[in-house]
Design a protein around this ligand. Structure first.
Ligand code: MN
Length: 264
C-alpha cells in the first residue's frame, strides 16, 4: 500500500470510528463497537441441534408444534377430527435438549406424558408460502419428544386457560440429530413408533398426518413469517401415555433412525 492509499484508509477508518464508535487500533485494524458490548447481562446462549454424520450444528430460532395432527390421536384427545383441524402452539427454543442426555422429570406435575414426533428444520422461510413450494424451505428432519405435564394441561383445559405451562416448560423437547434433505431426502411416509421400557405404545405412519409437512408449513406461514432456524414438531400419533422416573423411551421413524430418552 503506498503512502497516499494508507492516508486514505486512515481517513476512512477515522470517519468509520466517528460514525460507529469503533476503536481504531491501526491503519488496517478496527475493533468494532458492537451492540453486544452494551448488553447489561450475558446474552442468552444459542440453542442448536446436532446434524447426523457431521460436527456441524443447526441453530434453533423458534419451536412450533402441531397439535392433533393424526386422526386417531385427535379422537383419543376428545376431538371430532371431521370438525376440528389441527392447530399450533409454541415451545421456547431452549426447551430443545439432546435426547441422549436424558430428560429430567419436571417439577409441578405428577402426570408426565410422552408424545413421539417428527421434527422439521427450516433453512429459509417467508409468509404465505404455497404448499407446492413449502418443502424447498426444509433443511432436515429428525425425531423429538413433545413432553407434556398432562395434569396441568387438563387443569388448563377445564378452566379454558392457555396450556403453556403444560407444554412449554424447560427441557420439554428432547430431540435427536437432524438428517439433512441433501443426504436423506424428504420424510413424507414411513413408520413412526414409540416404546416405553421395550413395550410399543405408539405405532403409526407419517402418511397419516392430517396436515402434511408441506401443508403445515404453508398454513403456519399465513400466521407467522417463517425463518431459517425455525423448527416444527409435527404432532404425535395415537397411543400417548404417562412415564415415570427411570423409564426409557425409544422413538423411531423409518429413514431417520431412533432416539432413546431416559427419564432421570
Ligand atoms: Mn405434540
Amino acid at each position: 500500500m503506498n503512502k497516499k492509499k494508507i492516508e486514505n484508509r486512515r481517513q476512512f477508518l477515522a470517519g468509520f470510528a466517528a460514525v460507529t464508535g469503533a476503536t481504531t487500533l491501526g491503519p488496517n485494524i478496527t475493533l468494532a463497537a458492537t451492540q453486544e458490548d452494551k448488553y447489561v447481562i450475558a446474552a442468552p446462549k444459542v440453542i442448536s441441534m446436532e446434524i447426523a454424520g457431521t460436527d456441524e450444528r443447526f441453530p434453533v430460532r423458534r419451536v412450533f408444534c402441531l397439535g392433533r395432527n393424526y386422526r386417531a390421536h385427535a379422537i383419543e384427545s376428545g376431538d371430532n377430527p371431521d370438525e376440528t383441524p389441527p392447530f399450533f402452539f409454541i415451545k421456547p427454543r431452549d426447551a430443545v435438549i439432546e435426547s441422549r442426555d436424558g430428560f429430567p422429570y419436571p417439577p409441578m406435575t405428577n402426570e408426565l406424558r410422552y408424545e413421539g414426533e417428527m421434527v422439521v428444520a427450516l433453512s429459509s422461510g417467508g409468509t404465505n408460502i404455497r404448499p407446492a413450494d413449502a418443502l424447498s424451505h426444509v433443511y432436515a428432519y429428525g425425531i423429538g419428544l413433545d413432553m407434556t405435564r398432562e395434569d396441568l394441561q387438563h387443569n388448563a383445559q377445564d378452566l379454558s386457560r392457555p396450556w403453556a405451562i403444560s407444554k412449554s416448560f424447560d427441557n420439554s423437547a428432547p430431540c435427536g440429530p437432524l438428517h439433512t434433505v441433501v443426504k436423506n431426502g424428504h420424510a413424507e411416509t414411513g413408520r413412526i413408533w414409540l416404546s416405553v421400557n421395550g413395550v410399543v405404545k405408539q405405532d403409526s405412519d407419517l402418511a397419516l398426518q392430517r396436515w402434511s409437512v408441506a401443508e403445515g408449513i404453508a398454513i403456519l406461514s399465513q400466521y407467522y413469517e417463517l425463518s431459517a432456524g425455525d423448527i416444527i414438531m409435527t404432532g404425535t400419533p395415537e397411543g400417548i401415555g404417562l412415564v415415570e422416573k427411570n423409564d426409557v423411551i425409544k422413538c423411531g421413524i423409518e429413514g431417520l433412525g431412533e432416539i432413546e430418552v431416559r427419564i432421570t
